[in-house]
Design a protein around this ligand. Structure first.
Ligand code: PAN
Ligand code: ZN
Length: 191
């Protein structure tokens, strides 16, 4: 186990920016163009409007050892691909028995969750919402507002990230604009 020196980050709740600056991961439409329900619209945006930024993650890098507690901010930009709101890729933890806590900093979003055995849950998040992602639940976040949706996450270093299952099967629910409202619907293409 590494002996890490104590440290802190200052968080800008509106942007998720950390100070001092930390590692930043940016996900653009090209990174997830096959994840949106309307793939034709994703392809049209890419060719006519360019490769828009969907979300960025800023976090501290810690060794993947028992007891280390990585934490990060995620900022999802507002917008839709067709009727579907901007979202993260979503994942199960590679070690399914590891949970996580999400804390809303600004904007409005949905935290979508599902299990291998077919259970689903959706949690609306605003600034101040502390949501628990229990072990065994895959999780994806969606920006349903007109502003950035920003939240903070804390998990255990050995959890790991399994993106492949969601890339292959999709998520059981979609969040779509229906009658002027963000609406959670079953994903007809879920495998
Ligand atoms: C979060 C997510 C972050 C980005 O920190 O990793 O919001 O979403 P994706 O990882 O699905 O791209 C988390 O759940 N960590 O375990
Ligand atoms: Zn996670």
């Amino acid at each position: 186990m590494s002996l890490i020196q104590p440290f802190k980050s200052e968080i800008d709740f509106a942007t998720g920016d950390l100070s001092p600056q930390r590692a930043t991961l940016r996900r653009r439409l090209s990174d997830m163009k096959l994840m949106y329900a309307d793939r034709n619209e994703a392809a049209r945006i890419l060719s006519e409007e360019g490769d828009r930024l969907i979300y960025e993650v800023q976090g501290v890098e810690l060794p993947e050892e028992e007891g280390q507690i990585p934490h990060c901010t995620t900022r999802i930009l507002p917008g839709r691909v067709g009727d579907e709101y901007h979202m993260t890729k979503g994942h199960y933890h590679a070690r399914r028995e590891q949970g996580e806590v999400y804390f809303g900093l600004s904007g409005r979003g949905y935290l979508l969750l599902q299990t291998d055995s077919g259970q689903t849950s959706e949690i609306e998040m605003v600034a101040g919402s502390a949501a628990y992602v229990p072990p065994y639940w895959a999780h994806r976040t969606v920006n349903i507002g007109a502003e950035d949706f920003v939240f903070f996450s804390v998990w255990e270093a050995r959890a790991g990230h399994d993106y492949g299952t969601i890339e292959r099967d999709g998520f059981r629910m979609l969040v779509l604009l229906r009658d002027g409202q963000p609406t959670v619907v079953d994903n007809p293409k879920y495998v």
